[in-house]
Design a protein. Structure first.
Lengths: 99, 273
């Protein structure tokens, strides 16, 4: 398969993840959609690495995975702190700063 | 695998193409289901499907190391973390259908279409050539090639990654830590609280006098009414709890005969026996 197919698939997955971030209310699901977008980026990186015939894209994808893991850990901890304070995981309920 | 390769490159190409289309349809379908399904646990399962498909695609594109890291780190660790947090907080939180911002879904749809058009235009303008073999870049194998890159060219980002991971772990510990603001209740305090509450005995355990002794069946109180206290609130939130047995009508006489032991006893019969 040519890398174009993989890049196209990664575009589709990225857009689906973006829609999920915009539409969903549950903060955990929003996080999952962000993970989906990061995965789509990784797929594009690997496709470009195989297109250029070098490994830099794979190394970058590896770093993206590490950063995603760190982001998930901190994000879920924040979510749990919010849940303790507000008793809700909905993004609509964290509105204390709202005018 | 060897005889597939021995049959000629044509068979291999067809196999790869078939696998790609299967995985592409599976991952896009799972991603769509992820944003449409209401329950967060089902979303996590769909995300697992997407991640496993992508891992297979990495392996198909000559990145076996990334494929295994994807499975171990993403599907193994990150998704498990998601599920743990779901079990801790969000098991009951099915997403609400209500739009709090008017026309938000429509706007999100338009934004998605716009993003899709922009990305397709950008990629259409890019010159994406055919895949070139990674054998020269790999050296002896993919793992040693990646290691050579990570520990020479990318060694500084790699070190920063270590710092980032430690910071993230510490941050998560600080955020998840809860300082005790009140003194821990002693046994004497607990006994006093129980006396003051008026209920000396513990809550009835599930299944007492009910048809089944499963944990999701509420206990029946002596007057035949089901006691909601006896079932964990998590079960009722997950909607796995069966409907509590109906309250026994007053005029119904208990019909306990010798052969009713084989039959499924009615709730009222079991209460009276």
């Amino acid at each position: 398969m040519s890398p174009v197919h993989y890049v196209a698939l990664s575009v589709i997955l990225f857009v689906i993840g973006g829609v999920g971030v915009l539409v969903r209310r549950n903060a955990i699901v929003v996080f999952m959609c962000i993970e989906l977008m990061l995965n789509a980026c990784n797929l594009a990186f690997v496709a470009f690495a195989s297109m250029h015939g070098n490994l830099d894209g794979q190394v970058i994808a590896f770093f993206v995975m590490v950063v995603a893991a760190a982001e998930v850990v901190v994000g879920l901890a924040i979510l749990m702190a919010i849940y303790r304070a507000r008793r809700s995981a909905s993004v609509d309920d964290a509105n204390l700063l709202k005018y | 695998m060897t005889h597939v390769l021995a049959a000629g490159p044509n068979t291999d190409v067809i196999a790869r193409e078939t696998l790609f289309w299967i995985l592409a349809v599976a991952s896009v379908g799972a991603a769509l289901a992820m944003i449409l399904v209401r329950r967060a646990v089902h979303c996590a399962m769909m995300l697992a499907v997407v991640m496993l498909s992508l891992a297979t695609m990495y392996a198909m594109q000559g990145a076996p190391f990334l494929a295994f890291v994807q499975i171990i780190v993403y599907t193994g660790a990150v998704l498990m973390l998601f599920l743990f947090v779901l079990m801790l907080i969000g098991i009951s939180s099915a997403d609400s259908i209500v739009e709090t911002i008017k026309g938000q879904r429509l706007a999100a749809g338009f934004a998605a279409i716009g993003l899709l058009v922009i990305l397709i235009l950008g990629i259409g303008h890019a010159a994406i050539g055919p895949a070139s073999p990674l054998t020269a870049a790999n050296g002896t194998n993919n793992l040693s090639g990646l290691a050579a890159l990570i520990f020479t060219t990318y060694v500084f980002p790699f070190e920063i990654t270590g710092a980032l991971l430690i910071t993230a772990a510490l941050g998560a510990m600080v955020l998840a830590h809860r300082e005790r603001t009140t003194p821990k209740p002693t046994q004497r305090d607990l006994a006093g609280r129980r006396l003051a509450s008026g209920q000396l005995a513990p809550d009835p355990s599930p299944g007492v006098y009910a048809l089944h002794d499963a944990a999701d069946r509420p206990a029946l109180l002596p007057d035949g009414t089901p006691s909601d206290l006896s079932v964990s609130p998590v079960l009722s939130q997950r909607e796995v709890m069966e409907a509590p047995p109906a309250v026994r009508p007053k005029e119904e006489t208990p019909a306990i005969t010798a052969e009713s032991g084989e039959r499924e006893p009615t709730p009222s019969g079991r209460v009276d026996s």
